[in-house]
Design a protein around this ligand. Structure first.
Ligand code: C5P
Length: 397
């Protein structure tokens, strides 16, 4: 049910705009209050009169409509919504969102809003598959914009493939999911993930075998519980989770800066496998093989991001969770690590050869808190993530 939920519906210019009329009906049937905004191109496909008749209220069309500004400015219009839905979202409208343009009412509302945004793309299959559109979609996802569709099928233009706007009831289901207030709604959680790469020269680096799978699964589970997640990731093998703000870094020092910039947060989960050292003698040009012998690398210690954040004098997240990948005496080492680093919890795992954990799909962990050690059965990384996200929600409640 969407009782008393305020939805600002932006109708872009595409043949799928006719489905927006049914979408308005479906949303209102469930109790939502729909404020429609029609772009100039949208007006070519549906009339303002039919949109406002179905919405039961005025349709907003022009940024410079002074009456609207007197009644309700565009800032207020964009912020009074619980959710902004863009349906159909054209390639052009999404490109504007990526570029931060604000040259008409729809793009201005999308730039000015602090409400979550859900887009339902609709376009010709070639336009959808174009690298420019795909780049834009990746950027919007990284910015935390939600997507529903497009679906594959026959298109109005006679072609076949992805690009059809999702059906109104599917969009309604996505709206319900987007508005569902999970136990972590309103909480900001920082997650680090993946390995770091420490350069030796422009083409070589020191790395480790972390795939980023566990950190990504944790971020996804936190998003599913309604958290606002900032995901700071090194060069991982797995794609970042949808619905999180993604910050990509390479080195440990870059990761520390990104983490500091992302604070404050209610909780911080440090799942990244950060390199302990970087090469101080890193060369800016490729090191050549010479007859004189092998190069000597000099190392310096990397900043310990977990310890730095755990011991912050002010602005420390309420819950700081570290990971401990150990190969022997797991509980003893992890318990000592919790004390040494000053974090609240340590998720300890045995990554000895033969466990298949590093780079694998399963994990076998012990959760170390101030109350002691809790052994969890071996389970998939997704299940570990869901269980940990639940515990985090309980701790922040
Ligand atoms: O000391 P160790 O690397 O075993 O500690 C692991 C924990 O510390 C992980 O949570 C990891 O993300 C974090 N860490 C960090 N910065 C480092 C080294 C480790 O945040 N430089």
């Amino acid at each position: 049910m969407l009782a008393s939920k305020r939805i600002l519906l932006i109708i872009g210019g595409g043949i799928a705009a006719f489905k927006a009329l049914d979408l308005i009906r479906r949303l209102r049937e469930r109790g939502a209050d729909v404020t429609p905004v029609l772009t100039r191109a949208g007006e070519e496909f549906v009339t303002p009169l039919s949109v406002s008749a179905l919405a039961g209220r005025k349709v907003f069309r022009d940024l410079f409509d002074l009456t609207d500004e007197a009644e309700m400015g565009h800032i207020e219009l964009s912020r009074s919504a619980d959710l902004i839905v863009v349906a159909p979202a054209t390639a052009d409208l999404m490109a504007k969102m990526v570029g931060g343009l604000a040259n008409d009412l729809a793009s201005t509302l999308l730039l000015a809003t602090d409400a979550p945004v859900l887009v339902a793309p609709a376009m010709n299959v070639r336009m959808w598959q174009h690298p420019a559109t795909q780049r834009n979609i990746a950027t919007l996802k990284a910015d935390g914009i939600g997507f529903v569709g497009p679906e594959s099928g026959d298109m109005a233009c006679g072609e076949h493939g992805p690009g059809r706007m999702s059906e109104p009831l599917e969009i309604v289901a996505a709206v319900e999911r987007a508005l569902w207030a999970g136990p972590l709604a309103g909480k900001r959680v920082l997650v680090t993930s993946g390995p770091t790469h420490e350069p030796i020269d422009p083409v070589r680096y020191i790395a480790n075998r972390s795939s980023g799978a566990q950190g990504t699964a944790i971020a996804r589970a936190l998003v599913a519980l309604g958290a606002q997640v900032v995901f700071v990731t090194g060069p991982a093998d797995v794609p970042p989770p949808d619905g999180a703000e993604v910050v990509r870094v390479r080195t440990a020092r870059e990761m520390l800066h990104a983490v500091e910039a992302a604070l404050p947060a209610d909780a911080a989960i440090f799942a990244a496998a950060v390199a302990d050292w970087h090469v101080t003698s890193a060369s800016t040009s490729k090191i050549k093989k010479t007859k004189g012998g092998v190069p000597t690398l000099e190392f310096a210690e990397n900043p310990d991001i977990l310890a730095t954040v755990s011991t912050m004098k002010s602005g420390r997240p309420g819950l700081v969770v570290g990971f401990a990948a150990e190969t022997d005496d797991v509980i003893a080492h992890a318990t000592a690590k919790r004390q040494r680093k000053g974090c609240d919890w340590i998720v300890a795992n045995d990554v000895s050869e033969g466990t298949g954990i590093m780079g694998g799909t399963e994990n076998d962990i012990t959760l170390i808190t101030m109350d002691g050690a809790e052994d969890w059965p071996r389970m998939s990384k997704g299940e570990v993530a869901a269980r940990l996200a639940d515990r985090i929600a309980q701790a922040l409640a």
